[in-house]
Design a protein around this ligand. Structure first.
Ligand SMILES: [Zn+2]
Length: 81
């Protein structure tokens, strides 16, 4: 492996510890639900899920699980605790 790549790998490992450098702006996730898979979108600080619960309540177990997982990577105001 060349020195250039070795340096990039070291930098990547350092970056991976510095989560404040990273902000997710958009995301598409397939969530393996109990009955069938659900498609979850995140865009412009807002969640969207195709499950029935989300359609009536604006939040669901799928979006809330992703909020928990991605907490430190989402933009300010995107996570509703
Ligand atoms: Zn859902």
């Amino acid at each position: 492996m060349d020195y250039g790549m070795i340096g990039k790998i070291q930098k990547a490992k350092r970056y991976a510890q510095e989560l404040d450098r990273i902000q997710i702006e958009s995301l598409v996730v397939t969530f393996d639900g109990k009955n069938n898979p659900h498609r979850v979108h995140f865009e412009d600080r807002a969640w969207e899920c195709d499950c029935v619960f989300f359609q009536t309540r604006g939040r669901c177990s799928h979006t809330m699980a992703l909020e928990i997982i991605l907490e430190d990577l989402l933009p300010e105001g995107a996570v509703v605790a």
